[in-house]
Design a protein around this ligand. Structure first.
Ligand SMILES: [Zn+2]
Length: 200
């Protein structure tokens, strides 16, 4: 069937490479693209290309920044520069910022230590984090990695590395669902998890 429609078949193949796009959604998403008019399609492709061209990662915290400006967190004069909240991905920063209950800095690890997926310590930004702690006046590190075995293992590894640095190491409040990440939680739960944080 599809071999008679090489263009459609190619589109499906390309979309199939998008992680998180479950196979049952693949046809629906493809269908949606096919109903777009040309202007919508141009806007869509333009947004992707613009993101590629105009966004970069902050070399300090690894959150996104516009290439034309400084990192909104690291360059801010209003934030508490003595606290760093360590997260796995930038999406968690969005969840934390929504609570308006945190005013420190961030550090995006880029994932968690996962031998099964071939993600090792050197694939994450842990070395940069240690360097940040060594070079700056940091009083507290909040380990806000996901409540998964990989997230926990990553937190333990970082805590061990920071053990002798004379800083407070804390983690999120107990009671968060196992396997959870801040990204999928409601604002109040994230707020509580952070404000009731405990020593690691
Ligand atoms: Zn930054």
């Amino acid at each position: 069937m599809l071999q008679d429609l090489p263009t459609l078949s190619h589109l499906l193949k390309v979309l199939q490479q998008v992680p998180y796009l479950a196979s049952k959604n693949l046809y629906r998403v493809t269908g949606h693209f096919l109903t777009m008019n040309e202007a919508q399609m141009e806007q869509f492709c333009g947004a992707l290309l613009a993101a590629k061209k105009k966004l970069a990662k902050c070399v300090t915290c690894f959150y996104w920044r516009e290439i034309s400006s400084e990192c909104i967190f690291c360059s801010s004069q209003k934030r508490d520069t003595t606290i760093i909240c360590v997260v796995e991905t930038w999406q968690e920063i969005l969840a934390i910022e929504k609570t308006k209950g945190y005013n420190g800095l961030y550090h995006v690890l880029g994932g968690s230590i996962s031998p099964l997926e071939g993600i090792g310590i050197e694939d994450l930004t842990i070395a940069s984090l240690i360097e940040r702690v060594e070079k700056n006046d940091i009083a507290e590190i909040i380990l806000a990695t996901n409540q998964t075995p990989e997230g926990e293992a990553t937190a333990i590894y970082i805590a061990r590395k920071l053990k002798d640095k004379n800083i407070t190491i804390s983690c999120l409040a107990r009671g968060l669902p196992v396997g959870s990440s801040l990204e999928g939680m409601d604002r109040l739960t994230v707020f509580k998890a952070l404000s009731e944080r405990r020593p690691f």
